[in-house]
Design a protein around this ligand. Structure first.
Ligand SMILES: Nc1nc2c([nH]c(=O)n2[C@H]2C[C@H](O)[C@@H](COP(=O)(O)OP(=O)(O)OP(=O)(O)O)O2)c(=O)[nH]1
Length: 130
């Protein structure tokens, strides 16, 4: 079974995190953290910067490792590094997503997360509340 390595951004603004809803592929309609597959020769941080620019038109800063999540999907194994970061530059554009929400610790469970993401939400909740 193939392993897919992904970098995901927990974009923080004060006590809130950005959640985006996918508009394409098998997981369309599900909520996730923006990001994508790490390409050959890239570090996870480089992949993250590239993906956030491509998907959202944003530059990011203060990239810090938060948590690694592993999840067995039906057709692949996901190995995802999650990083906290902040917006540095740009104006939000949604290229791969149909909507975006800023969620705080009380509203984190209001959206339907992709299955692998459920493993991050409780840790993130503590972080946002703290
Ligand atoms: N970006 C992101 N992907 C996630 C999350 N949770 C989760 O299970 N995934 C899965 C969905 C996808 O199968 C995979 C990410 O791949 P992707 O399709 O976004 O990657 P990509 O932008 O390089 O896209 P593509 O060109 O291959 O279509 O990880 C998450 O929070 N963020």
């Amino acid at each position: 079974m193939k392993t897919v390595r992904v970098a995901a951004a927990l974009i923080i603004d004060g006590n809130r995190v950005m959640a985006t809803q996918r508009n394409y592929g098998d997981f369309a309609g599900g909520w996730e953290f923006p990001g994508g597959k790490i390409e050959q020769g890239e570090t996870p941080e480089e992949a993250l910067e590239r993906e956030i620019k491509e998907e959202l038109g944003l530059g990011i800063r203060s990239i810090e490792f938060f948590k690694n999540v592993r999840y067995q999907y039906e057709t692949f194994f996901l190995d995802m590094d999650c990083f906290t970061c902040e917006i540095e530059s740009g104006k939000l554009e949604l290229h791969d997503h149909s909507s975006m929400k800023w969620l705080d610790s009380r509203s984190l469970y209001d959206v339907e997360w992709l299955p692998a993401d459920v493993g991050i939400i409780e840790d993130l909740k503590i972080r946002l509340a703290g």
